[in-house]
Ligand binder design. Structure first.
Ligand SMILES: C[C@@H]1O[C@@H](Oc2ccc([N+](=O)[O-])cc2)[C@@H](O)[C@H](O)[C@@H]1O
Length: 464
């Protein structure tokens, strides 16, 4: 029966392909799943906003790994913090009652995300603590409707995101949960039993996709067990073949031990991954504005946050080498976007308003950085006329000499040189064997399209 059905679908598929209709059934094998092209919207978007929010945002101390640092690893600073400030019988679950989200206004969030120039968001639906930011059927009394805000946070944020035409909605989901009894039981059998996956992880993954239709499914917490334990390949085949987001969904690579950087959709490899050289496979630099944490930290110092110059440098290098940047915001438990984060979002957007032409929908060029002048990074776009390309050079230092020398062999006397946000062409001379000297215009500071303060690093602060 199954054979007849398969043969029928194969024939149907062939017929559809003859009239140019795409008809691919992905198989639950990496060879088949890896062959799926990443939907083009993702590469065009370049910038996304990551949001880490959960019960860990209540203590907002140490990091989103607070519970593990306290009870799993027994980090002295965290134990100290609890001893000093809480009664001895206080449990991690008690924090959830204080997760009140008093100022959570999803429309204000998406306003700030749109303002940053980002084209998608990835919201933590559930982190390693297991608390779900949606009323999951599979997370009884440990979800955002039963305890804490009494709101469907994921649902509200989805609606606010979809109200913004320029933003797509994505979800992060942690497969493992540090202290879930079923997970710990499976772990004891060396992951030979799969009760946790069958009763918790997979039902949740189907639930969030069917209910909220995220266009990014960012999996995490996979590293202790292999993809067979997690049944990842079967899930991805469903996601690509039959899910409500099958045509537009983008996934990452954290689908089991040894899979990251090898299989799946976009490669995340390590956190803050920024290889500095062109990559063959689409990749993402998932990074944080707070250098030390994805979750909000109440005791963060100013110097713990990346400056806008540092963020822009990271962003430009990432895009030059074919990556997207997923920039993380950690809201406090009451749910507003703290001003330092709002400022960085706004600054990214202000820069992108002037320079976005060379970022959105750009491609890596033949060269990623210049060999003559350090700190110059390239992107390119095909000209809409179909003839030739536009090459964008980003520099981190305004040339004090008034001349920017670039090793661009393609430059010729017919090349047109402009500065984004500045009207009129720039003068230049080409020189042998292969290069161009661009005269940088003298622009009064108040007329600068974008004031870039330079590439100075802030002093590195201490974590605690
Ligand atoms: C986005 C981040 O993802 C994970 O951290 C990781 C996961 C994988 C690697 N890695 O593969 O190098 C590094 C940090 C989480 O543990 C962390 O809290 C945060 O949510």
């Amino acid at each position: 029966m199954a054979r007849i059905r398969n043969a029928f679908f194969a024939l149907l598929c062939l017929t559809l392909q003859m009239i140019n209709v795409k008809c691919v059934r992905y198989q639950p094998t990496w060879a088949s799943l890896d062959a799926r092209p990443i939907p083009s919207w993702y590469d065009e978007a370049k910038l996304g906003i990551f949001i880490h929010w959960g019960v860990f945002s209540v203590p907002s101390f140490s990091s989103e790994w607070f519970w593990w640092n306290w009870k799993g690893q027994a980090t002295p600073a965290v134990i100290d913090f609890m001893t000093k400030n809480y009664k001895p019988d206080f449990t991690y679950a008690d924090f959830a009652k204080e997760f009140n989200a008093e100022f959570f206004n999803p429309a204000q969030w998406t306003e700030a995300f749109e303002d940053s120039g980002a084209k998608y968001i990835v919201f933590v639906s559930k982190h390693h603590e297991g608390y779900t930011n949606w009323p999951s059927k599979y997370s009884f009394s440990w979800n955002s409707v039963d305890v804490g805000p009494n709101r469907d946070i994921v649902g509200e944020l989805m609606n606010a995101t979809r109200a913004k035409k320029s933003l797509r909605f994505g979800l992060y989901h942690s497969m493992y949960e540090w202290f879930h009894p079923l997970y710990l039981a499976d772990k004891k059998t060396g992951f030979k039993t799969q009760d946790f996956v069958n009763k918790k992880t997979l039902p949740e993954l189907y639930e969030i996709v069917n209910k909220y239709k995220p266009e990014v499914v960012w999996s995490d917490g996979d590293w202790e067990a292999n993809d067979t334990y997690w049944r990842s390949k079967e899930y991805l085949a469903w996601l690509y073949n039959d899910s409500p987001v099958k045509d537009t969904v983008v996934v990452n690579d954290r689908w089991g031990k040894g899979i990251s950087c090898n299989h799946g959709g976009v490669f995340t490899c390590g956190d803050r991954y920024n290889p500095g050289v062109l990559q063959k496979h689409k990749w993402v630099n998932a990074m944080t504005i707070d250098k030390y944490s994805w979750g909000f930290r109440r005791n963060a110092k100013l110097e713990d946050y990346l400056s806008i110059e540092e963020l822009l440098q990271t962003f430009v290098i990432t895009v030059s080498c074919g990556g997207n940047m997923l920039m993380n915001v950690g809201p406090p438990s009451h749910g507003h976007i703290a001003p330092i984060y709002a400022e960085r979002l706004h600054q990214m957007g202000a820069w992108l308003k002037v320079n976005g032409e060379g970022i959105y929908s750009s491609k890596p060029w033949t060269f990623q950085n210049d060999t003559l002048t350090p700190g110059v990074w390239y992107t390119m776009k095909k000209n809409s006329s179909g003839a030739g390309v536009t090459v964008y050079a980003f520099t981190f230092d305004w040339p004090g000499s008034g001349t920017l020398s670039l090793a661009v062999p393609q430059a010729s006397p017919s090349t047109v040189v402009t500065l984004l946000g500045f009207s009129g062409n720039l003068n230049y001379t080409t020189h042998k064997p292969k290069g161009i000297d661009i005269r940088v215009p003298v622009i009064p500071i108040n007329k600068m399209p974008w004031v870039y303060a330079g590439s100075k690093q802030r002093t590195v602060g201490k974590k605690w």
